[in-house]
Unconditional design. Sequence first.
Lengths: 169, 917
Amino acid sequence: MMIPPALEAKADEYIGHYPPDRKRSAVLPLLHLLQHEFRFISDEAVEWVAQKLGIAKIDVLGVVTFYPGFRQTAPGKYHVRVCRTLSCAMAGSHQLMESLCAEADIDRSHADHHHPIAVSADGTFSIEFAECLASCGSGPVCMVEDDFYEKVDPTVEGARSLLNSYRHR
Amino acid sequence: MVQDLSTISATIDGESHVIESGDTLLKFVDRHRGRGHVPTLCDAPQLAPYGACRVCSVEVALQPDGPRRVVAACHTPLAAGMHIFTESAKVQKLRRNIVELVLTDHPLDCLTCEVNGNCELQTVAAKVGIRGVRYPAGANHLDRAKDQSHPYMTSDLSKCINCSRCVRACDEIQGQFVLSMHGRGFNARIIKGLDTSFEKSPCVSCGACAQACPTSAISDVFQSKSIEASRKTRTVCTYCGVGCNLNVATKGNEILSIQAPLDSEVNHAHTCLKGRYAFKFVKHRDRLRSPLVRVNGRLQPATWEEAYAHIVENLTRIKADHGGHAVAGISSARCTNEENYLMQKFIRVGFGTNNIDACARVCHSPTAWGMQKAFGTGAATNSVEDLQYTNCIMVIGANPTEGHPVTGSKIKQRALKGVPLIIIDPREIELVPFATHHLQLRPGTNVALLDMLAYYIWEAGLTDQEFITKRCENWAEFEAGLKSLDLDALERIHGVPREKVKAAAIEYASAENAMAFHGLGVTEHSHGSKTVMTIANLAMMTGNIGRPGVGVNPLRGQNNVQGAADMGCQPHQGAGYLQVNDPSNHLLYEQFYGAHISNEIGLKIPQMYEAALAGHLKAMWIVGEDVVQTDPNTEHVKAAISSLEFLVVQELFMTPTAEYADVVLPASSFLEKSGTFTNGERRVQRVNAVIAPLAGTKPDGQILCEIMQRMGLSQPDYTPEGVLAEIARIVPFFKGATWDGLTEQGTQWPIQEGGIGTEILHIDAFKRGLGKFHFFPFQESKEIEKHHQEFPFILTTGRILEHYNCGTMTRRTGNAQIVTEDLLAIHPQDAAMKNIEDQDQVRIFSARGEVRMKARLSTEVQPGILYTTFHFPENLVNVVTSSECDEDTLCPEYKVVAVDIEKVHAPDATTIPALTH
Ligand code: SF4
Ligand code: SF4
Ligand code: SF4
Ligand code: FES
Ligand code: FES
């Protein structure tokens, strides 16, 4: 794992926001930086953060595993998050999930709490369920990378048109 | 005026009691109603309050009939005027519900569980009145696999109740951060390392987590929490000078397991893996089970009487032919005070010679000598407990997390709490990441660095002038010495940038209370004693003497190094440190023993070898020390002991030294005998026999009494009480010591009449009156002067946590599976220069010989420095070490050896591992 100098500088800047004896408080901002750079938090990334903050590796891992927003395995080129909280569930998020998987060729049968992410055979897409994405009145809601989609058509056709806009980029 | 009771008391179920500062509701209730009155699951006395399980819920009101609130008792601070209700219907129902929910995710196979009968979950469930679980089976964690990967630690996390006690034990007691909670909510589960097994995790097997776990979710291979034992005996660990108390569980004459007593002042529910788990050597098949006598050149089994008769005949003859000075003894810092006392008595009274020494010679003799010169007493000035009160910790030439693990953990915990920590060590030891300052000096330059520290304290005006004028002498000369220092030269010598030295000096000197610890990295040098006196200078010039949280504190290597010296196993001082050549002491000893005692200083261990080679010394008696493996310059030692006419060795196992003996006497281990050990903080503690001696062996004390009787000395049979009483009559600082008076916690000497101990030395005055400053300029070791040109690397040696010295005991336990060989640490830069890769075989050669071992590339050492341990004698690293010694005490210089290295090219090309790039 090569840490780009710009990332390291940014990390140092974040650490500087906290008093020297509370460096550990920078653990979340640093993890976000790393996930943004490498798309997931590897064991090396955990070690790097631990070293940087002078705390135990296992304490960093505890944080990583506490927040579902942090991924521990590599996602596809485009990562999709489908809201499954109540309003969206009633508006069809489970159907949406099935359609997206079918369309993107993703096998989600092995996904569970410990391995929430499933990746398509060709590595283009990955998918997971997310909790409320804060637009409950306009479900089903999903995100592809940082793009937000509301009132998504949960059929296979809907899923296809959504994914196609990424395929053809 | 009548004091309003409500300002100092609170009530429990209507009954009023006085509160104490720092009370939580639970502590208060425990004190007045007994532990267990309020059930608990996540709380443990050895851990900080946590408040996770809520089983300890109680109701609290501020008026007797006022509104009540339910709180968790374990982490709610107590205030005066509170009314606590511990048994209301509401809390009882709540507790029952909580425990019932816990049980929905816990296997109900108590009858076959190893902790059945000693499970806190079982106890609590019974206490709150669980009759059954009403919830249908749902999602659970019952399928979590067992972890049996490790030689000692085990887990069966299907039994885990997520109380986090193990995590907190590892964090708060050991400071290893191996365990954590992974995930959240229902998915939360305990993991080791980055979610791996015990074996692959950085666990150091201290066992604190297993002892803290309320169920059998984390345990050990000895099933230490099971109730199989029929008896528990409290004794003291024999593996290091910390002196941890142990509770040993036995059934019949078998040792089942060892736990740490919760109430022990020394180790508070903590040990390292040596104390807790390394006991299987006791019944190892290699134990000697019969005396051996050399017949026609071969050691043959003999009866005790035959062996004794053989010894008496030979020693009597040698004494008659060559005089008592032809006999010498080496006692053991592993043995009890009583045994050490008897050993020196045997040599001094039996032969009229002071040729008695102990293995302290090769470790802490410079400490005893140096501290006596400076303060008047060669022992730690303070207690380890004082870490609580100190504002700055300085660790010099010691690696406490490996050598003195329980003290090491305490230092780490203080550093984690923000107490500044200064490490002076050539290596990046485990404590360095927790330290504020690391002065990484070149091995052998302690005096240069410490002189510079003193200089900067002086320059910054941080000296305690009042203390210096009132309590010390020789300041003017010392100050002149400091003024004469050439800082540029010193910086070049020790290699640490001066700003770093200055910053550490200011940290140490400006702390309200600063505490120094040192180890063998200080003493095992040609200027070891001088370094000790230099440390004493630092403490005196800053007034860090005579109160809690300060002082000069040697970390004693072997469990009873302190005791061996106290008891007189030194050639220049008899029992109680009385100089043997002082006429009044001499008279005292002669009167006390009613015998002729020599008033000439006897031979130190290295001098014994010289005398043997020169033909003056004819017989030696060695108790429990493998000098061939542990003393420097092996060939020289072998030549010396093989030139003796008669050698007696008392041992647990056949050792390379015992191979040279004429008589080998099988001794009992510490678990099979009673007496006292004195730990590194002068605490005299009772060692209690846990099991009967292995058939055929005898405790060393009994052996010594029996031989003395047969040599015609008037010596009663061995009892620990009896010998201790004799010691109390001659050793001034044991005056008030009695077997019963020592109590479970032990007593720190000097022990006054009435059994009153002393926690801190030199409070109002030094033992020698005034504390004495000594200035020493730096001197290069002769080893470097003579050999550095030809052998440009400096090899330094140390030890690791898992093994004890040459491993005679630890290598006969599960510890051998954890660490299997000595490795040579080498900086990657040097390795690249020498074309050496990780795990390559390397030849290390010095002016004396060569050894081979595997390389381990590491930046813990600086370029030019090599480091290895000495636990695996097949490497015989001491073949290469020198005969250079501390000038004052002849303690050998193990820490500085000029060597060179080269890669060993395997003869068969296929054995060279394929390159990966
Ligand atoms: S045995 Fe000690 S080091 Fe290992 S996990 Fe348990 S507490 Fe931590
Ligand atoms: S392993 Fe034991 S101590 Fe650790 S959380 Fe589980 S039950 Fe508690
Ligand atoms: S720290 Fe020392 S005394 Fe304590 S258990 Fe370990 S070896 Fe024994
Ligand atoms: S429930 Fe889907 S966005 Fe809130
Ligand atoms: S014992 Fe108090 S909350 Fe667990």
